[in-house]
Ligand binder design. Sequence first.
Ligand code: PLP
Length: 406
Amino acid sequence: MYDVQKIRADFPILAREVNGKPLVYLDNGASAQKPQAVIDATTRGYAEEYANVHRGLHYLSNLATEKYEAVRGTVKTFLNAAHEDEIIFNSGTTEGINMVSYGWGIPNLKAGDEIILSVMEHHANIIPWHFLRERMGVVLKWVDTDVNGDLDPQVVIDAITDKTKLIAVTHMSNVLGTVVDVKTICTAAHERGVRVMVDGSQATVHMPVDVQDIGADFYAITGHKLYGPSSSGAIYVKRERMAEMQPFIGGGDMIRTVGKDVITYNDPPHKFEAGTPGIVQMIGLGVALDYMMDLGMDNIAAHELALRDYAQEKLSGLNWLNIQGNSATKGAIFSFTLDGAAHAHDISTVVDQRGIAVRAGHHCAQPLMEHMGVTATCRASFGLYNTTEEVDKLVSALELCHELFG
Ligand code: PLP
């Protein structure tokens, strides 16, 4: 049974007060809180088990390397990848997508080639492709969401031409919560020789993900949203695609030999991991993923979908609240504006006075904001430890906002 109170007790920060009120943390879309197991693993990593990885032959270096490398297997299991060497470690999704843009995009694309992007992408899945537009003359083609905030896979498929080389699409919107049918997109793309980069930053937090079933070429995840340390993450790259990629950064650890005129690379995935990595962060990420898998991704998804339904019912009862996006596939992420003069920042300041953390702004999704005709929204994003009582607290804080600004 999913015992949310027991789970909450695993997260020490949830016991604190903010502005004299018990913390209600609804900013999980930005970053999630950490369970004690992750905090303990990082403390132990520095206090008892720290050394650089892959380099030394001494006891601590071997121990740190063993623990760090074991996380590759954990990520493989978490994503159901076929092979451990399809998992490249990094600091998070931003680095992962930049690695694909530089490492796969530059060697495999040319001027005039097209990349299809959804208007719902986070800037992390936009800017690296703009770099290729600016520097190589690659063409960016945008596909829109419909009035409900859904991305119809057919709209994406219809945008494919014989110049299309890549589709860059999110698995779940960080603003609207919409879950995209990336499997249908990947299947159709592959029939046409097109590769697919899926941004899994949000989806992996809220539901089970199987990269083999989806068929993605590239699938990026970010550790700090997965209840792990910041500056931890990974990208899944299908073996065939990895063979087409060049290293994005050069330095220690990614080479086998270095001469004055020649270098030979380490085997993948190490070929794509230069320099001293976030050793303890990655070990912490492994613990966080184990924590989620122990709870069960299906159980987490069921808990959050029940929260979504509860929040949907309560929030849609506020007729002065404009909820953005109404997808049937939506997860427990709500973006909204308020009738009247209240700016998203004003709303978040008022609810913060009640100990409630939400995010206000453009959420690093300016093309989506433009498409929706707003400059900013307030976002309440739920996680595995949130409760219906917290939804009620949010609703009553919003009622206060309406009284103040409505
Ligand atoms: N993609 C999505 C959908 C996100 O929500 C985020 C973070 O907010 C990112 C990418 C970027 O992740 P990071 O900043 O951890 O690299």
